[in-house]
Design a protein around this ligand. Sequence first.
Ligand SMILES: Cc1cc2nc3c(=O)[nH]c(=O)nc-3n(C[C@H](O)[C@H](O)[C@H](O)COP(=O)(O)O)c2cc1C
Length: 268
Amino acid sequence: MAESGIVLGLVGSPHRDGRTNRIVSAALEGAASAGARTEIVQMADHVVEACKDCLPWVCQNNLKCSYDDPAFEFLSDKIRSCGALVMGTPVYWWDTSGMVRYLILKMFRCFARNGSLNGLPAMGIGVAGGTGNGLVTGLRPLYQFFQMMQMRAIEPLPVTRFNMDAAERRARELGALLAEQARVPRPFDGVEDRLLWYDALPYLSLDRVGERTLLANLVVSAAGDRADPEVARGLAAANVLAAGGDSLGAMKEITRAYDAAMKAFDGR
Ligand SMILES: Cc1cc2nc3c(=O)[nH]c(=O)nc-3n(C[C@H](O)[C@H](O)[C@H](O)COP(=O)(O)O)c2cc1C
């Protein structure tokens, strides 16, 4: 069995012991169970500075930020030398955390045109720990990053506080898969197969109705017996409305079901 490089886990939260850390750690445990060496890095210890968009654009040739930014140097070196990447962000306002975004933007500026990460296996985790909103929109910037850097990402993991245990189990499975893929990286032939690869990944192309349905289903499952059976019927009615093209009607049904399940879940 060929050995791969290290499976690197980045935790993009200020809480070193928080939910993002828990799910990224589970992915690394899965990778380790499949024989990979792993390393976890807390991005809170290495907060990248904002890209200054300096000109002329020499960092793309020097492969180094022109400004002194030890955090960026540290993180970019780790990413460029790993065998596979697990990137986890908490969801902030339906988006990534700021520290994740700053890293991504500087990586684009310095390395996106270089292509050296073509085929690197990667996996993104987004943890929406409040309302659960943004469980998909928060993942998209990670997958935009992977795609632009030509990495070969596996399926994303949308996490909320309503599905933490299941997400932890899934993270282990996906971590093991990532370790397998790291043994035989598969670079893309060109932009065409890369774009089609990303189009085929689950969750990322969900529309708003789809994303809210996913979230409502998670809350309804988490509420279990505490939720009125009417709630599940409301979600079924929403599916019918959406299939008939009544997106607004579907959204309203989904919101009703979500609100009722949330009340049951929180014991209100
Ligand atoms: C600025 C800010 C914005 C947030 N926005 C959202 C949000 O849009 N959706 C959500 O479900 N939770 C939101 N949250 C809650 C975080 O997603 C939640 O606390 C997350 O679980 C934190 O992960 P951590 O424990 O790894 O830090 C927000 C938290 C902060 C601080």
